[in-house]
Design a protein around this ligand. Structure first.
Ligand code: DOR
Ligand code: ZN
Length: 345
């Protein structure tokens, strides 16, 4: 049995680092494991300009402990009627790596999101022209659609149209949760990829209702039925470079989760690579972890591979029930469990 795993250092292609005291509390967890991360722009107010993204990038760099080499890759939050020139300029200046489409009211801090993709057609045209990736939170917001069907409905109602209208646009279907999304991405052209989170590989929707309401397993898109989890595990461990790592680590203080209207989001950053390693080992695919975690993402984003290596050791690794952060506590993913792999650095 393998007892030491060495991998080219991975990157996180989807993370929420927040701002202020919470940023200061969580930045190192991501920076310890990952060389780079695509940072979500759903702050209050959202990051919609080059200046705001550059300032946020400075705050992230300042929050990461000296000695950790970490490169935040910034994204622009798309709003109705956004000026394509701002995207083109930000991309050209190396500030915006990509732009994020949140359907309005789909999730946390998405009130300013896009109400109809027609309102960002000019932006999508410019992004297609310059090769700037579009990152999509793929859920319809129509409340007559069952919450567990909103990703599949998004493919039918929105994504097919975007792909038809912008056939060369480079798209990442973020944090996919369904077999429908796996199949869509697998069958699409090489310009379409997807990220998969540790939690959607590990839990199905039953986790939210196991003996009572379990708010720490609530995120968006919400975890689906077991058949979908199995499709995600097959995709992640398949060696298909269209599927790569994106944690969607999304910290919320415990009081915001354990509430009569608990926030969506799972904080998995502190044990992210250990969690993925568990899934890949369970699937007999540890040899494919490096491609998923460290190679396919850079290839899609047309960025160099990281040169350095991380090491994981087979040591029982207990995950704390709570972590202190920003004057409160966060319940991390896998809280109270013991993972088989330990990240050494
Ligand atoms: O669960 C989620 N949390 N999904 C999202 O799309 C947003 C995120 C957050 O910002 O908390
Ligand atoms: Zn997210």
């Amino acid at each position: 049995m393998t007892d030491t795993l060495r991998l080219r250092r991975p990157d996180d292609w989807h993370v929420h680092l927040r701002d202020g005291a919470m940023l200061a509390a969580v930045a190192d967890a991501t920076a310890r494991q990952f060389a780079r991360a695509i940072v979500m722009p759903n702050l209050k107010p959202p990051v919609t300009t080059v200046a705001a993204a550059a300032a946020y990038r400075d705050r992230i760099r300042a929050a990461v402990s000296p000695g950790l080499n970490f490169e935040p890759l910034m994204t622009c939050y798309l709003v109705d009627g956004i000026d394509p020139d701002e995207l083109v300029r930000g991309h050209g200046e190396g500030v915006f790596t990509a732009a994020k489409l949140y359907p309005a009211h789909a999730t946390t801090n998405s009130a300013h999101g896009v109400t109809d993709v027609r309102h960002i057609h000019a932006a999508l045209e410019a992004m297609q022209r310059i090769g700037m990736p579009l990152l999509i939170h793929g859920e319809v917001t129509d409340h007559t659609v069952d919450v567990f069907d909103r990703e599949a409905a998004f493919i039918d109602r929105v994504l097919n149209g975007v792909v038809r209208d912008f056939p060369e646009l480079r798209i990442v279907f973020e944090h996919i949760t369904t077999k429908d999304a796996v199949d869509f991405v697998a069958e699409a052209g090489p310009n379409i990829a997807a990220t998969i989170t540790p939690h959607h590989l590990a839990i199905n929707r039953n986790a939210m209702f196991d003996g009572g309401m379990r708010p720490h397993f609530y995120c968006l898109p919400v975890a689906k039925r077991e058949l979908h989890r199995l499709a995600l595990r097959a995709a992640a461990t398949s060696g298909n470079p269209k599927f790569f790592l994106g944690t969607d680590s999304a910290p919320h203080g415990i009081e915001a989760k354990e509430s009569d209207c608990g926030c969506a989001g799972i904080y998995n950053a502190p044990f992210a690579i250990e969690s993925y390693a568990r899934t890949f080992e369970e699937e007999g695919a540890l040899d494919r972890l490096e491609g998923f975690a460290s190679e396919y993402g850079p290839a899609f984003y047309r960025l160099p591979l990281n040169a350095d290596v991380i090491t994981l050791e087979r040591v029982p690794t207990p995950v704390p029930a709570r972590l202190a952060a920003a004057g409160t506590e966060i319940v991390p993913f896998h809280a109270g469990e013991t993972l088989a792999w330990r990240f050494l650095g």
